[in-house]
Design a protein around this ligand. Structure first.
Ligand SMILES: [Zn+2]
Length: 237
């Protein structure tokens, strides 16, 4: 049987002489693994379709639970991500996060569309902000939404120095002060990336690293998984 899916490559693993196992995040069927035979040969026709973050329409042969790539038509290769190490690792983080939260066969159209849009934004603009926006959405869709606007304890507007309680997944104001301290610039950047009102004067490069560290630590705690690319990207920031 043949199936046609729109998919994003979120993980690759080489095996055999020239083959590669692809983990595909598909729009129609959720996550699945597909063998791509001979794609590591120098002139392989499907070489492009076996690269990280390749977005293509794949035709797969299905035999029971096993899939093999027959052909692929490129939708977007996101080549801009391959020319900059920061962009590459930000994209690898996005792919790793998707891989970690997706269960085989569970369809998640919204996350798929957000992932594709975020990769496009990473090519064009600030990859750290695109990743943070995607990360906040992924947490929300996974049931770990963060409230960036009000103190979880007293309801006061969050501004200035705030605190984040990792276990509870909530921010508190300086008076309630539960958890670890969060700088004004970190919270402000998270607000920007969540599409909320923010103060441009408070943004800083350091805020990107701290914001990503915070989301990633929270993600690890909630999902009990790690994403190596995220650690490498945080180190690069
Ligand atoms: Zn409070």
């Amino acid at each position: 049987m043949e199936v046609k899916v729109d998919a994003l490559v979120v993980r690759t693993a080489d095996y055999g002489e020239a083959d590669r196992m692809l983990t595909l995040f598909t729009l129609q069927n959720g996550k699945l693994s597909a063998a791509a035979k001979g794609v590591r040969k120098a002139k392989a026709r499907l070489n492009f379709a076996a690269q990280p973050f390749c977005f293509a329409e794949y035709v797969l042969a299905q035999k029971g639970e096993r899939y093999t790539v027959i052909s692929a038509t490129l939708t977007d290769g996101f080549y801009g991500l391959r020319q900059d190490i920061g962009k590459f690792y930000a994209a690898a983080t996005l792919a790793g996060l998707c891989d970690a939260v997706l269960q085989e066969g569970i369809v998640n159209e919204e996350l798929f569309l957000r992932a594709v849009a975020a990769l496009g934004q990473m090519c064009e603009g600030d990859e750290a902000e695109a990743l943070l926006s995607f990360f906040l959405k992924l947490l929300e869709l996974s049931g770990y939404m963060l409230d960036l606007s009000a103190c979880a304890d007293c309801g006061a507007v969050l501004e200035g120095k705030t605190f984040f309680d990792m276990a509870g997944g909530c921010f508190t104001c300086a008076d309630c002060a539960r958890g670890a301290g969060v700088s004004e610039s970190t919270l402000n950047l998270l607000k920007k990336c969540a599409g909320e009102e923010y103060d441009p004067a408070l943004l800083s490069q350091e805020g990107k690293k701290r914001a990503l560290k915070l989301l990633y630590a929270y993600f690890c705690r909630k999902t009990e998984t790690q994403v190596r690319a995220a650690e490498e990207y945080i180190a690069l920031l």
